[in-house]
Design a protein around this ligand. Structure first.
Ligand code: PHE
Length: 454
């Protein structure tokens, strides 16, 4: 068995477009289309976006690049890559933390992903017809706090991700991402065109792009920093694992920049698909997590063509979530297949079982009088808070320190040099960010910890 694992050629991406589609597929997810718009709404719009863009450049991109470098250098899963680059050290603990974070994110993320299927069905069957906003909000609350329906949809969602993962990296993840990601871009553009051509849409556009720094609080800055991590899928080995599948011909810096640009653009387009419509119908943009599942069905109900555009929106959310969950699974699959010498499909079965158990508990923690509430937060919230506020920032910090101070500078330069004309710009950028990013990350982490106990 172990011989087979070492002699067969490692699976990997076969084209530049495939790498970008798969990695952007991981980055673009519920974080962009569900969370980004609502935190923008809660934090006053454009000034928040400005801080978010700085966070992406100052900490998101350097950590993303660092993960690609470690993965491609190590040519292995998130744990073994560290062991290969720094033998006999404890740095592989970063990979372990990533695996724990992967299970936690799977726990809450697949629950929301399941909602997207339910909402797709509700909109396409025109089930909201005749409802007022109180009914729509009641519909959501009854569904989300139910004991069976959300779990069933979560399980259906997980099985759909297995379809993508089944064929492996090139014939599964890459093949599907190359179809799904252009589809996602097409759908979001259609939705943006519909939203910005509504009468009264300009108030929403202004909300997104006219800076109002008075609305910006310290919490908003920290939210922006933390979200940059989550949105780029960094800090837990996802991009490291994908990096290990990138061929030696590719330029890692330009790949990382393209992915960050795609991720940011899609988040902004999601804002442009949502806020102009929300403002056009005079609805409050600050409704928080319910923005997509409560506010938007109201919007679609009033919009001409609302059934079509509503169904399209939830399908978009579904695709975005699908390619992200695929990447989280892949971190664990790569680990299990390479370290425990278990076949890919058996590994997928084991992870699926675990994911179903964790996500069912997460979903059940939202039912009335659930006993899965600890210190005032549901298990669902704990999985979200512990991964996004604790594990991802610590992981990102350590990854940054590893590349900046532990890896041999010649190895680092060698990785950056592949496919690149000059690495002067990248080296200058890394020289600055290797000091800025760790400080910024440490602040996010410390404040995140504090938030957990409030
Ligand atoms: N980046 C994804 C999103 O924005 C979430 C994610 C986080 C995916 C971490 C993989 C790893 O929704």
């Amino acid at each position: 068995m172990s011989q087979k694992a070492t002699t067969t050629k490692r699976d990997g991406f076969s084209s530049r477009f495939g790498i970008i589609a798969a990695a952007a597929g991981s980055a673009v997810g519920l974080g962009n289309i569900w969370k980004f718009p609502y935190i923008v709404g809660e934090n006053g719009g454009s000034a928040f976006i400005f801080i978010y863009l700085i966070s992406i450049l100052a900490i998101g991109v350097p950590v993303l690049l660092a993960e690609f470098i470690i993965g491609r250098r190590g040519q292995a899963n998130a744990v073994r890559s560290f062991k290969k680059i720094a033998p006999n050290s404890k740095w592989s603990a970063i990979g372990w933390m990533g695996i724990v974070a992967a299970f936690m994110i799977l726990g809450f993320y697949t629950v929301i992903a399941g909602y997207t299927i339910h909402y797709f069905i509700l909109t396409i069957t025109n089930s909201f017809a005749g409802m007022n906003s109180a009914d729509i909000s009641q519909t959501f609350n009854t569904f989300a706090t139910g004991t069976t329906l959300p779990i069933i949809y979560t399980i259906i969602f997980i099985f759909l991700t297995l379809v993508v993962l089944f064929g492996g990296v090139k014939d599964g993840i890459e093949k599907y991402s190359k179809i799904l990601m252009p589809g996602l871009v097409g759908i979001i553009l259609l939705l943006v065109i519909r939203a910005v051509t509504l009468p009264g849409a300009s108030a929403g556009i202004e909300f997104l792009f006219k800076p109002d720094f008075s609305a910006l609080s310290m919490d908003a800055v920290l939210d922006a920093l933390g979200h940059a991590f989550f949105s780029l899928s960094v800090g837990m080995g996802t991009m490291l694992t994908y990096g290990s599948y990138i061929s030696k011909k590719e330029n890692l810096t330009s790949t990382a920049l393209s992915i960050a640009a795609a991720d940011t653009l899609i988040a902004l387009l999601a804002g442009l698909a949502i806020f102009p419509a929300v403002f056009a119908f005079g609805i409050d943009p600050t409704s928080g997590p319910g923005l997509v599942f409560i506010t938007l069905p109201n919007v679609f109900l009033q919009m001409s063509g609302g059934t079509f555009f509503g169904a399209l929106f939830f399908f978009l959310l579904f695709i975005a979530a699908l390619t992200s969950v695929v990447s989280i699974f892949e971190v664990i699959i790569a680990y299990i297949t390479e370290e425990l010498n278990v076949g890919r499909h058996k590994a997928m079965a084991l992870i699926t079982l675990a994911a179903i158990v964790i996500s069912s508990f997460c979903s059940l923690s939202q039912t009335p009088n659930s006993s899965l509430i600890f210190n005032g937060h549901t298990l669902f919230d704990w999985m979200d808070l512990l991964s996004a506020n604790v594990l991802l920032p610590i992981g990102g910090l350590l990854i940054m320190l590893f590349v900046a101070f532990i890896m041999k500078p010649s190895d680092l330069e060698d990785e950056l040099q592949q496919g690149a004309k000059s690495i002067k710009g990248t080296m200058a950028y890394l020289t600055v960010t290797k000091f800025v990013a760790p400080v910024a990350i440490a602040i996010v982490f410390l404040t995140g910890i504090q938030a957990l106990f409030n």
